[in-house]
Design a protein around this ligand. Sequence first.
Ligand SMILES: NC(=O)c1ccc[n+]([C@@H]2O[C@H](COP(=O)([O-])OP(=O)(O)OC[C@H]3O[C@@H](n4cnc5c(N)ncnc54)[C@H](O)[C@@H]3O)[C@@H](O)[C@H]2O)c1
Length: 249
Amino acid sequence: MHGGLILVTGSSGRIGKAVVAELTASGAAVRGFDRVATPGLADMIVGTLTSEADIAKAMRDVRTIIHLAATPDDADFLEEIVPNNIIGVYHIFEKAQRAGVKRMIVASSGQVVWYQRMTGPLPVGVDVQPTPRYWYAAAKMFLEAAGRSFAEKFGMEVIAVRLGWCPRTPEQVEEIRAEAWAQDVYLSPSDAGRFFACAVEATLPTKFNVVYATSKPKRAMYDLETTKRLIGFEPRESWPQGIEVVLGK
Ligand SMILES: NC(=O)c1ccc[n+]([C@@H]2O[C@H](COP(=O)([O-])OP(=O)(O)OC[C@H]3O[C@@H](n4cnc5c(N)ncnc54)[C@H](O)[C@@H]3O)[C@@H](O)[C@H]2O)c1
């Protein structure tokens, strides 16, 4: 593995657990960081994104960061989005740069191009003017902007991935089942795990890269060709493969 020690923030979450499973299966050295311990992960820092000390501790000897920890959808802006998705991003980038981290793979969202997804043209490209859905997506634009800045200013390698919909609950599975567009942006847990494993290994032509990640759609909502070219990731699953993980079957 090229990744050295990989820090996965949000390692106890829906996507984090899949990423940890994929990376550890491939023999990578993985450290988790979350508010709650990640089952089965020996190298684990339990802490919060709003604590500089917790984050500094998590950075030791890390070469690559997969930053997933966040409030994962719209929520109270001042109580949730600002501390977790704005201040947390600030601490993660600042501490990573000071600790000499080489590559940051950060979880953005398809919600940053929410309105094009409805109006087209499809598939939505990586270089279109974003149309954030609301505050959560606006904060993801802040994350992408921080990534761009750190790539230019400090030469860090940054991949901002606009993730499709990886359901966290059985209710979300039912929401996806009800909508064709949602099935076309569906991201299965194992495809999510594989995407991040590929992103650790990819040889990048530029310091800052924006890509999309979904499972195989019937009709492509997002540009997945750039993902294949830059990251070497091709999804293996399509809706509804992988929902058993969410439904606990
Ligand atoms: N699941 C999706 O459909 C989806 C789509 C687009 C983007 N994303 C992004 O992917 C990332 C992971 O999402 P997920 O679906 O796995 O969410 P999740 O809620 O299952 O996992 C997030 C994890 O982050 C941790 N966390 C949250 N705030 C924290 C804090 N202040 N300090 C430490 N840990 C904290 C939580 O404890 C949780 O384990 C998020 O950044 C989310 O915005 C997810």
